[in-house]
Design a protein around this ligand. Structure first.
Ligand code: SF4
Length: 275
């Protein structure tokens, strides 16, 4: 891809940007440049990414089966997980980086099966499922409340209703350590989902919405952590300003390395050294 891509080209023809892209830019704009602007092939792939994606596929299957009132047995869930993991590992063109705790394919399968067992055993089959993997988009407004030509897009893992009919946004995560309540309160992913839900009239634009992270921990004995939070109209307004600032940074080609703990799993570390 050309180094002179316009913002329109970077954000695709229909001018959209996802939360993942916003988050990538905020964490390290140089990584954003490699991934979204130059379309550079990753140098490697972390087993944690493959594991997380395969677990997500399996959880998605369980949620869909619950929504359709035909709950899949645990064996079917783990079969889906293993197929997804094996295919992803076999099909990748770059080296897979294993870790201390997940040192090969067998240990990845064993860890994934244990994590899914915890998830399955704790799954609340009484919750009413409204949608699974719900794709939505919404126009982004600038800080002067004027509509921009850009859309925010996102796919919500799970939307459920509580026993008094209120919506709860659920996002699934896999992590090596538990998330703090403060980190969940600050998390912009849930805010971005709240934004697109309000814009699509799932909730009143002025209303708060309940959100929850379901975090499957890759610990020796896997655990499920469920952490609740809420998002308000003010949170959504702030997110729109953040997204606007990110678009402005991209438009002005502001790209530089931000070294952090994320560098250890960065798939562009060689390119970064040559920057
Ligand atoms: S190695 Fe770190 S600083 Fe370099 S591109 Fe990756 S995340 Fe950014």
């Amino acid at each position: 891809m050309s180094e002179h891509k316009t913002l329109e080209e970077i954000t695709n023809e229909d001018l959209h940007i996802s939360y993942s892209a916003v988050s990538c830019y905020r964490n390290c704009s140089l990584k954003f440049l490699y991934k979204y602007v130059e379309g550079k092939k990753p140098e490697s792939l972390s087993i944690n990414l493959i594991l997380g994606s395969s677990i997500h596929t399996a959880i998605n299957m369980l949620c869909c089966s619950h929504k359709n009132a035909q709950i899949e047995p645990f064996q079917a869930i783990t079969d889906t997980f293993q197929t997804s993991l094996t295919l992803d590992i076999n099909n990748t063109e770059v080296p897979v980086i294993f870790s201390k705790t997940i040192s090969d394919v067998n240990s990845a399968i064993s860890m994934g099966n244990s994590m899914l067992k915890v998830f399955y055993d704790n799954f609340n089959f009484t919750e009413e499922v409204v949608a699974v993997d719900l794709p939505l988009s919404a126009i982004l407004y600038d800080e002067n409340k004027q509509p921009t030509e850009y859309k925010l897009v996102g796919v919500i893992d799970l939307l459920i209703k509580n026993n008094i009919g209120e919506l709860i946004v659920v996002d699934f995560k896999t992590a090596s350590k538990s998330m703090s309540q403060e980190a969940v309160h600050q998390d912009q992913q849930l805010t971005s989902y709240s934004y697109i839900l309000a814009a699509n009239k799932y909730i009143d634009p002025k209303a708060d919405i309940d959100c929850r992270f379901d975090v499957l921990l890759k610990t020796k004995e896997p655990k499920l952590q469920q952490i609740k939070t809420i998002r308000t109209k003010e949170d959504r307004k702030r997110f729109a300003k953040i997204a606007s600032a990110v678009l402005s940074g991209i438009s002005n080609r502001v790209f530089y390395p931000v070294q952090s703990f994320l560098c250890s799993s960065c798939e562009y570390s060689n390119a970064c050294k040559d920057w």
